[in-house]
Design a protein around this ligand. Structure first.
Ligand SMILES: Nc1ncnc2c1ncn2[C@@H]1O[C@H](COP(=O)(O)OP(=O)(O)O)[C@@H](O)[C@H]1O
Ligand SMILES: [Mg+2]
Length: 200
């Protein structure tokens, strides 16, 4: 088996997921990162030119993941079917997502929170559900930026949607802010997303 060690806050891959790599000759994490980054660049281009549809749907959320990781992973765009150290029981994923999407629509309609807080809560809950076998952080950051731009008419956050597995101060700050959000405190994450630091 390849040596894919888990980084701080990253999801360990199941052996059967490793078999799901579309590119057989990838052997190192660095190579995998590069292929994933190229794929995400393609997704960013697709986003610019896409037909505008309702983005707060299971269909769009899966499509975005497929566009970001579909060149690399067979399971891109499909919900996970195994347990992870983060996330709801996998059988609950569709219902949890449906509830979140309804909540977000409600928050927007009723101005329940300031726009940044709506986006931050959406991001945190999306990663907390942990829809996919991998790529949840990058997908949820990009999805949140799409929500900001398309629906909330705001500038995207200052985080990075492409790089992730760099274990450094900024990533640690991001994970710390997510853990505070796990306990209902969104203040750190709210500060983080507009802090304009070197990207995650
Ligand atoms: N305590 C936490 N609460 C909520 N989300 C978390 C927590 N820790 C990590 N995460 C999220 O999980 C992501 C890692 O999941 P993963 O599927 O490996 O995504 P990626 O491959 O894009 O890094 C992190 O980037 C972060 O968004
Ligand atoms: Mg990962």
């Amino acid at each position: 088996m390849n040596d894919f060690h888990s980084l701080n806050g990253a999801t360990p891959l199941e052996p059967e997921e490793m078999d799901e790599l579309k590119i057989g000759h990838i052997t190192t994490r660095e190579e995998l990162n590069r292929f994933e980054q190229d794929n995400i660049h393609e997704a960013l281009q697709w986003l610019e030119g896409r037909r505008r549809v309702d983005i707060l749907t299971e269909k769009f959320i899966k499509t975005l993941h497929q566009k970001m990781f579909g060149n690399v992973w067979r399971w891109a765009g499909t919900f996970r079917r195994s347990g992870k150290n983060i996330g709801v029981d996998w059988v609950q994923i569709p219902v949890s997502l449906h509830t979140l999407l309804q909540d977000v629509r409600y928050w927007i309609e009723h101005n329940t929170f300031p726009t940044d807080e709506i986006a931050v809560r959406f991001h945190h809950q999306l990663v907390s559900i942990h829809l996919f076998p991998n790529g949840n952080g990058r997908h949820a950051r990009l999805m949140t930026d799409v929500l900001l731009k398309d629906v909330l008419k705001q500038a995207p956050f200052t985080w990075d949607v492409i790089d992730i597995d760099v274990e450094d101060e900024v990533r640690n700050l991001y994970l710390k802010a997510l853990r505070a959000a796990d306990h209902g405190d969104y203040s750190m994450l709210l500060e983080f997303v507009r802090s304009n630091q070197r990207k995650i």
